[in-house]
Design a protein around this ligand. Structure first.
Ligand SMILES: Cc1cc2nc3c(=O)[nH]c(=O)nc-3n(C[C@H](O)[C@H](O)[C@H](O)COP(=O)(O)O)c2cc1C
Length: 222
């Protein structure tokens, strides 16, 4: 697979074949590849927890119950701007409305939205979940490094015919997730991720998001 094909063809997958397993050797191989991502002074600020079986079920149960009860939890770090403004709010809406439109979900129908969103906590049917953490005393530069690591992981997965969905949806429930991971208190949850083989028949997986043309965000100076 060409690097450009891996990048352009990657999309967030939100329905997986739950019976097609991913083994520990494959995950280790992916993490060894992703671990080649660059980081300032090569400090490699990542910790990764792989969940399957009972630990995965416990996370599903805890987060689903909280989400469905209306408990919004709380992020430990600000993922999104505190004040939404254009053009970002517009792009966010376009992405969300596009997905709901495809799935025939009326965004004012609370129950339907919840039925869809709770699937985040079921890892969209994926056989494996991953949780990425960082030491709290790391600074913004290490978060920059982390993004490179995450994208490297997602691209390497594609070469093995696997797909992913990065998930910040777990972050508000870090206080439920981290104890199940037995992660030490000095670590903070960066995000979760579903990993597995895409369900080729799922409508949700046909959703493709737009991107800006480079001319809309580049400035060339002479
Ligand atoms: C760090 C991160 C967290 C994300 N969290 C979620 C999530 O919790 N649930 C979800 O369905 N998608 C999540 N996404 C997927 C984004 O919505 C998606 O990447 C974006 O809409 C672009 O679509 P694409 O990945 O299909 O290209 C996340 C993406 C990133 C990078």
């Amino acid at each position: 697979m060409r690097v450009s094909d891996a990048i352009v063809g990657r999309q967030s997958i939100r329905a997986f074949q739950s019976d097609r397993m991913v083994n520990d050797e494959q995950i280790e191989q992916l993490l060894n590849i992703a671990g080649r991502a660059p980081s300032g002074s090569n400090i490699q600020p990542w910790h990764v927890y792989v969940v399957r079986g009972e630990s995965k079920e416990r996370i599903t149960e805890a987060c689903s119950a909280r989400y469905l009860s209306g408990d919004e939890g709380a992020y430990e770090y600000a993922y999104y701007p505190r004040e939404w403004r254009q053009p970002y709010i517009g792009r966010r809406r376009q992405t969300g409305f596009g997905l709901y439109g495809l799935l025939g979900i009326d965004r004012k129908d609370d129950a339907a939205v919840k039925r869809y969103r709770v699937q985040n906590y079921q890892f969209f049917g994926a056989p494996v979940g991953l949780f990425f953490t960082i030491d709290r005393d790391m600074e913004q530069g290490s978060w920059l490094d982390y993004g490179m690591f995450l994208q490297s992981f997602m691209l390497a997965a594609r070469e093995m015919e696997m797909e992913t969905c990065a998930q910040a949806a777990f972050c508000p429930y870090h206080d439920s997730v981290m104890p199940i991971l037995a992660a030490p208190g000095e670590q903070m949850l960066v995000c979760g991720m579903s990993l597995g083989y895409a369900d080729p028949d799922a409508l949700v997986n046909t959703y493709r998001t737009d991107r800006l043309d480079a001319r809309e965000f580049m400035t060339v100076l002479q």
